[in-house]
Design a protein around this ligand. Sequence first.
Ligand code: ATP
Ligand code: MG
Length: 264
Amino acid sequence: MNTATKVIAFANNKGGSGKSTTCSNVGYALALGGYRVLLVDADMQQNLSLSFFGEEEVLAFSESGENLFTAIKDECDVRPFIRKTAYENLSLLPSGILMSGAEFELYGKKNMEKTLARVLEGVRASGEYDFILLDSPPTLGMLVMNIMCASDYLLIPIEASPWGLFGLANMLDFFGKAQEINKKLSLLGIAVTKADERKGYFRQTMEFLSELENVNVFKNYIRIDSAVEWAQDNSQPVLAYKKSSRSAKEYLEMTKEMLEYVNR
Ligand SMILES: Nc1ncnc2c1ncn2[C@@H]1O[C@H](COP(=O)(O)OP(=O)(O)OP(=O)(O)O)[C@@H](O)[C@H]1O
Ligand SMILES: [Mg+2]
């Protein structure tokens, strides 16, 4: 296996497609497998941070300025802002509410698309982590362009619904533009989430996705499971909250499948 740090972006401009849930659970599953993982919350909603810390702590990350927004604004090393989670091998770089102004901060910077790559360079080059996973906001602007320009792989979580598919073409188009700037970026695949196998639309979605050319669709998908929401209410990934739950098992399988691609 190649030992260099691998950076994976979780992005989709469709809101609520399972980006933060997938990022937190894949991150936890990788850490469970002995990989050293850094999760980076790049969304002002702070959902990835809330997956591991309680509301008060997350608000404090925001108010103290010890978060990714400050690093982007000041172009400083992110390492002082990294927090250890309650789990072995798993750390988090929190976001802050001011991340909503990240676009404004980015515009006007020299080589602006690579700002995030620059501020992550220290931690990446340190070799301290095997994986850095970046959770994105549901947009396709300069911040998400930065996320893709700081990554080796893009993973697109998609909700198996009609509106979940709408916008995929834009997303793939945007990925193509990012690839022009970041030549090493590749599409790891599409991860289907919130699947309801009883619905005909689910089968239609899978069929549609399987017909896309040059796009890997993970065979393991994540079905609707209320344990996901209970886990989030408890600031835990579902794999830590209830490892016997259906979604916990599915996230483990999906992570194994991802590792096969990444380690090829
Ligand atoms: N497998 C699942 N079963 C049930 N609910 C789920 C599942 N996965 C995600 N959810 C719920 O769906 C909602 C959206 O998920 P999530 O926040 O991960 O999406 P997102 O793409 O990060 O959203 P945003 O675009 O707002 O950042 C959340 O309320 C989450 O609890
Ligand atoms: Mg999210």
